[in-house]
Write a protein of this length. Structure first.
Length: 95
């Protein structure tokens, strides 16, 4: 993400050339990520109730450039997101 800092800005620029990309990414990434999340939840590695779409949107938001911040900031935010997914994880899904 640190090397693709302009990617999110391009996607949200309003340029019609980029209009199909969000849907393309969701169609490609969502099934694979859903399988990975389901396996991680079943093994108790991450908390239950984690939505594939919410996770994809959270990661996309980390791509937004923050003034006066470099790649180290994005790395800290990814670590925080991952820690949040693991916090209190159990092998038993929560209702």
């Amino acid at each position: 993400m640190g090397t693709k800092r302009g990617f999110a800005a391009a996607l949200h620029s309003g340029d019609p050339a980029y209009g199909a990309l969000p849907g393309y990414f969701m169609r490609r990434l969502e099934p694979a990520l859903t399988s990975l999340l389901d396996a991680a939840i079943a093994s108790g590695e991450i908390r239950a109730g984690t939505s594939t779409r919410h996770l994809l949107h959270a990661v996309a938001n980390l791509c937004m450039p923050i003034p006066n911040e470099g790649p180290a900031y994005s790395q800290r935010m990814v670590a925080l997101l991952i820690d949040g997914l693991r916090y209190g994880a159990t092998s038993q899904p929560h209702p």
